[in-house]
Design a protein around this ligand. Structure first.
Ligand SMILES: Cc1cc2nc3c(=O)[nH]c(=O)nc-3n(C[C@H](O)[C@H](O)[C@H](O)COP(=O)(O)OP(=O)(O)OC[C@H]3O[C@@H](n4cnc5c(N)ncnc54)[C@H](O)[C@@H]3O)c2cc1C
Length: 404
């Protein structure tokens, strides 16, 4: 109307995607919260802008290592020996925050700081811990964990074919390992082998760059966790000194103790992977227009988003409880297995819904969701498949073992 001031109504700003719906961050102790923020800043500022390129090229971003060193998170959850220390909750949150941006970086960290360092932390003598853990905590020496073999995966507890034979103060190791993360380029391999004398599994610290007879071939053409370099290791008469045998480890039970901690860790990783997929899909749904409206305004798309958020939130609550059990010294193999199985299964479902929300762009790496989608497949199978975790849970609740 002539003469009347015109009021322009601006569209209400849409809420920023946030996968912390039940405000888990609010419950964190200040130290944990500060580290989570530090890791989030690192992941968003340094990793997010470059990681898709590395993922597409099947390459590891060595350029990030100096900044990872500065974060001072090596050996999170482990005490002394130059390790970061802190709680199991802290270690879990770091994994979750990393996976929220990139699951490969979380896996690199899990293999080095979780699998390799904990093997020495739990199974090493005082001398071994003092020698190996400080440079590993500083990321000066990077580790890998060699358990799986080309012909022995789920059955590793009873059937390792890699052998170790003692000759005086030296062990002679023969055999092959497959899928070993970081192996093509790292410095220290924890190799699990069956002692020919007593048939028990023992752990060895092998300096892979300088041990004659130790060979690694990079596994090519992976469709998941492409940034992580996985290797197939061949050991032919590798001679390892007795001082490099993990002195406290007596049998596969000791290997399983390491796996309990790292399966706990994978529950957190899967939760982070689902968070990342959800947040990226939500952002896409707010921006992508069809029929003249954001696709996020359609009921069926909102249904997918609500189901994704429910999976994320349930997983967060579950892993937070496993951290409490861990802190109370009550985390059992079955607790860790249930968490690994549930969170990876829900992650797999969530990333598939996220992919669906993004339509065709969901299969293009540049839109990020495709990367989470593919990477979730590896989480579901590594560190013990979904079926293996459920067999561990099944044995605990029935009292009956279904393992062969
Ligand atoms: C990306 C990636 C990274 C990895 N990193 C490492 C690493 O750093 N170090 C390392 O040691 N290993 C690593 N692994 C190996 C991983 O732990 C194994 O892939 C996993 O344990 C499964 O073994 P497998 O692939 O040989 O499958 P298999 O054991 O051959 O299983 C194939 C299928 O059969 C099912 N199955 C097997 N036995 C049973 C049963 N009794 N009942 C019911 N179902 C059964 C399994 O659940 C699975 O679905 C990695 C794997 C991947 C994919």
């Amino acid at each position: 109307m002539a003469g009347m001031p015109q009021t322009i109504t601006m569209p209400k700003p849409l809420p920023a995607p946030n996968s912390d719906f039940y405000e888990l961050a609010e419950t964190l102790p200040p130290e944990e919260l500060a580290v989570v923020k530090q890791v989030r800043t690192f992941m968003e500022a340094k990793v997010a802008p470059i990681i898709t390129k590395y993922w597409v090229e099947d390459a590891f971003p060595f350029e990030l290592l100096p900044t990872i060193q500065e974060l001072n998170i090596g050996g999170a959850g482990l005490k002394g020996y130059g390790c970061r220390g802190g709680s199991g909750l802290l270690a879990g949150l770091i994994a979750m925050e990393m996976a929220r941006v990139d699951t490969s970086i979380a896996t690199f960290f899990g293999v080095h700081s979780g699998l390799a360092m904990s093997s020495i932390y739990f199974g090493g003598s005082e001398e071994q811990k003092k020698k190996w853990l400080p440079p590993m905590a500083r990321f000066e020496k990077i580790g890998c964990f060699g358990l799986t073999e080309p012909l022995v995966g789920s059955g590793a507890s009873g059937g390792l074919t890699t052998t170790a034979k003692r000759e005086g103060d030296t062990w002679v190791i023969n055999g092959q390992k497959r899928w070993i993360g970081n192996a093509p380029w790292c410095d220290v391999a924890i190799i699990w082998a069956r002692d020919l004398a007593d048939n028990q599994v023992k752990g060895f610290i092998v300096e892979n760059k300088s041990t004659p007879g130790f060979r690694v071939e990079k596994i090519q053409n992976k469709i998941a966790l492409k940034v992580v370099q996985n290797g197939e290791i061949t050991m032919e008469n590798c001679r390892v000194p007795e001082e490099n045998r993990l002195q406290e480890d007596k049998s596969f039970r000791d290997t399983a103790r390491v796996l309990r901690g790292t399966r706990y860790f994978v529950g957190w990783e899967a939760t982070g992977c689902a968070m990342g997929a959800y947040e990226n899909a939500l952002k896409y749904a707010q921006e992508r227009l069809q029929f003249g409206r954001p696709i996020g305004s359609f009921q069926l798309v909102q249904d997918l988003l609500a189901k994704m958020l429910a999976n994320v939130t349930a997983s967060q609550c579950l892993v937070a409880r496993t951290a409490q059990l861990e802190a109370e010294g009550k985390l059992t193999d079955a607790h860790a297995a249930l968490s690994k199985a549930f969170c990876t299964a829900k992650c797999r479902e969530t990333v598939a819904w996220a992919r669906e929300v993004c339509g065709g762009n969901g299969i293009v790496a540049d839109y990020k969701v495709g990367r989470f989608f593919a990477d979730a497949e590896a989480l579901y199978s590594y560190e013990g498949t979904y079926q293996m975790q459920n067999l561990i849970v099944g044995k605990a609740v029935t009292g009956l073992s279904a393992f062969l």
